[in-house]
Design a binder for this molecule. Structure first.
Ligand SMILES: [Zn+2]
Ligand SMILES: [Zn+2]
Length: 506
C-alpha cells in the first residue's frame, strides 16, 4: 500500500514539473499517417516547440525510423525499452534556434495499418505518446475510404472531422502507457476476397481473404503442415483439408484471436477456423499458437468431445496446453505464453482458489480466470503423467468410449488413462463428480457435501475476484501488466480503458 501512495505522489510531482515546463513552452505533436490501398502506411510525426526542453515518445522497435530536424538542434537522445513490446521509448533533448523555435520529424513505415475483410476496413494507429501538455493531433489519410463507421481513442468513442479521405482527431489526451486511435470503416470499393490454396505437408489449406494476405496464408499453412503430424499422433486427427476465414476486430476489442463455431465442433470438428486479422500485428508466437489451438478444438470435436457448457473447460485447457507444447516442438518461441500461463495458474497451484468453477462455463467478462483454471487442471494432470503422452492416452480412451458427453464421463476417461480414480482429485478441485463404480452416499451426507462444495466454489470465485483486483493482468495472456498500460507488453493485447487512481490527471 505504502509504496503505491509514494508512487502516486511521485507521479503527481513529475506531472506538476512537466506541466510547468510545458506551460512555459507550448509544444505540439501531429501524426500524419498515409494508408495505401494495400493497408500499409507511412507515418510522419511532426513535433514543434517554442522553447528548449525534452520530448519523449514511442518509436517502432522493428521498423527503421529516421529523424529530420528542421528548426533548432537535438543535443541529446536516449532510446530505451518501453512497456510495449513493439515500441521503444525515445527521448530527445533539444534547443530552439535564434527565432525561438524547434521542429523535428520522425518518419517510419507502418505495415498493416489498415486490415480488410469483406466490405470493411479497420485501422489502428501506432502507439501514440508525448509529454503531458503537448497538443496531440492525428491526421489519417486512407486510400479507398468509403464511410466511417466508428472512431475510437483507447476504445472510447472520440470526436473527429472528415475531409474527403482525411480524418482528423484533435487535442488527444494520451494515457501514460500510450494511446491508440482506431477507425472502423467501409471501403469505397471492396477488395475481392479470394481463396488461397496451399499444400501443407499433405493437408490442403484454404485461406479466404483479400490477396494482400498471401503472407498470412503461407504462415498459416506452414504451421498446419508442421502441427498436423503431432495432432495425428496425439488425437488421431489428420484432416485432408482445413479452411480458414478471417475477421476484423471492432475498435480495440480483441477478445477473440481465433475461434471455431461451437456447432461445428459438436458436428465432429467440421467447419472453418476463423482468425482475427489483428494477429498480423501481434508478436511472433500468437498466430502460431492460435492456429494450433483452434486445430485442437477440431481434433477434440472429431473425437466426440462437444464444446458444451459442461465440457468447454476441457476443450480450452487441452487447446492451451497442447498448442504451447506443439509450437515449442516446431521451433516457435512460446516462452512468453508459457510463462504467462504458468503465472496465471499459480493461484490454483497455491490452493488459494479452486478451479472447479469451470464445470459450468459462464465467464461473463471473466474469461481470463476460466481459461487459467482450465489450463491449470489439464496441465497439472498431464505434467504428472508424462505430458503429451498422457493427453494421447486420454484421447485414445475417449475414442474407445465413442466420445464423452459430461464431466462424469470425462473424469472416467481421464481416470482410465491415468490408471487411477481421479474423482477425489476433481472433487478437491471443486468439481461435482462421483466416484466411478462406488455405491451412492446417504442423502444427508450428499446434501452436506453439496453445501460444502457450493461454499468452496463461492470462496474460489471470491479469491479470484480479489486476485484480479490486486494485480493488473492481461485478459489474453494473463501476464502481469504495468498499471495504466494501454497495451500488454507481452502479447500486444490492447487493455481496456481503466479508471485507475493516479492516472486521470493530464
Ligand atoms: Zn479455445
Ligand atoms: Zn498479454
Amino acid at each position: 500500500m505504502d509504496h503505491r501512495i509514494a508512487a502516486a505522489m511521485g507521479a503527481v510531482l513529475i506531472l506538476a514539473l512537466v506541466s510547468y515546463a510545458a506551460g512555459a513552452a507550448p509544444s505540439s505533436l501531429t501524426y500524419y499517417i498515409n494508408v495505401a490501398a494495400s493497408g500499409n502506411a507511412t507515418v510522419v510525426m511532426v513535433f514543434a516547440s517554442n522553447g528548449s526542453g525534452a520530448f519523449y515518445t514511442y518509436v517502432p522497435r522493428f521498423e527503421p525510423w529516421s529523424v529530420t530536424v528542421w528548426r533548432g538542434a537535438i543535443v541529446g537522445k536516449r532510446i530505451e525499452n518501453s512497456s510495449a513490446y513493439f515500441y521503444h521509448n525515445a527521448t530527445f533533448e533539444y534547443l530552439v534556434d535564434e527565432t525561438g523555435a524547434f521542429g523535428m520529424n520522425i518518419s517510419f513505415r507502418f505495415p498493416f495499418a489498415s486490415l480488410y475483410a469483406g466490405e470493411r476496413g479497420w485501422f489502428m494507429t501506432p502507439l501514440l505518446g508525448a509529454p503531458p501538455g503537448t497538443t496531440v493531433t492525428v491526421v489519417v489519410t486512407i486510400e479507398g475510404l468509403g464511410s466511417v463507421l466508428d472512431v475510437s481513442l483507447d476504445n472510447a468513442i472520440v470526436r473527429y472531422s472528415l475531409d474527403g479521405n482525411t480524418l482528423k482527431v484533435q487535442r488527444i489526451s494520451l494515457r501514460p502507457g500510450g494511446s491508440r486511435v482506431t477507425v472502423d470503416y467501409r471501403l469505397a470499393r471492396p477488395v475481392e476476397e479470394t481463396t488461397m490454396e496451399l499444400d501443407a505437408n499433405g493437408t490442403l489449406v484454404r485461406v479466404r481473404a483479400v490477396p494482400y494476405y498471401k503472407g498470412l496464408a503461407r504462415a498459416v499453412a506452414g504451421v498446419v503442415g508442421k502441427a498436423v503430424p503431432y495432432l495425428r499422433d496425439i488425437f488421431g486427427y489428420s484432416p485432408s483439408s482445413v479452411d480458414f476465414k478471417v475477421f476484423l476486430p471492432t475498435r480495440m476489442d480483441l477478445s477473440a484471436l481465433g475461434y471455431v463455431m461451437g456447432e461445428d465442433i459438436n458436428a465432429g470438428g467440421e467447419g472453418p477456423i476463423h482468425l482475427n486479422l489483428a494477429l498480423l500485428r501481434f508478436k511472433e508466437g500468437y498466430l502460431e499458437t492460435t492456429v494450433v489451438h483452434e486445430l485442437v478444438h477440431k481434433a477434440l470435436g472429431a473425437l466426440g468431445v462437444p464444446a458444451n457448457r459442461e465440457l468447454r473447460w476441457f476443450h480450452e485447457g487441452v487447446a492451451q496446453y497442447v498448442s504451447v507444447k506443439i509450437c515449442e516442438k516446431i521451433g516457435i518461441d512460446v516462452s512468453d505464453a508459457e510463462a504467462s500461463l504458468e503465472s496465471a495458474a499459480r493461484v490454483f497451484g497455491s490452493g488459494l482458489a479452486k478451479p472447479g468453477f469451470v464445470q459450468r462455463w459462464t465467464p461473463s467478462g471473466d474469461e481470463g480466470s476460466y481459461y487459467a483454471a482450465s489450463y491449470y487442471v489439464v496441465a497439472t494432470l498431464a505434467e504428472e503423467r508424462g505430458g503429451l503422452s498422457y493427453i494421447k492416452r486420454v484421447a485414445s480412451e475417449i475414442r474407445r468410449r465413442g466420445g464423452v458427453s459430461s464431466n462424469q464421463d470425462l473424469v472416467e476417461a481421464l481416470s482410465a488413462a491415468a490408471g487411477e480414480d481421479l474423482a477425489p482429485r476433481f472433487r478437491d478441485w471443486g468439481f461435482e463428480v462421483s466416484e466411478t463404480r462406488v455405491a451412492a452416499v446417504p442423502r444427508l451426507a450428499a446434501a452436506l457435501a453439496a453445501a460444502a462444495l457450493a461454499a468452496a466454489v463461492a470462496f474460489s470465485l471470491l479469491v479470484i475476484l480479489l486476485w484480479r483486483r490486486r494485480g493488473e493482468r492481461c485478459p489474453y495472456c494473463y501476464g502481469e501488466v504495468p498499471r495504466g498500460a494501454a497495451y500488454c507488453p507481452y502479447c500486444g493485447y490492447p487493455l481496456r480503458a481503466r479508471s485507475e487512481e493516479g492516472y486521470s490527471a493530464s
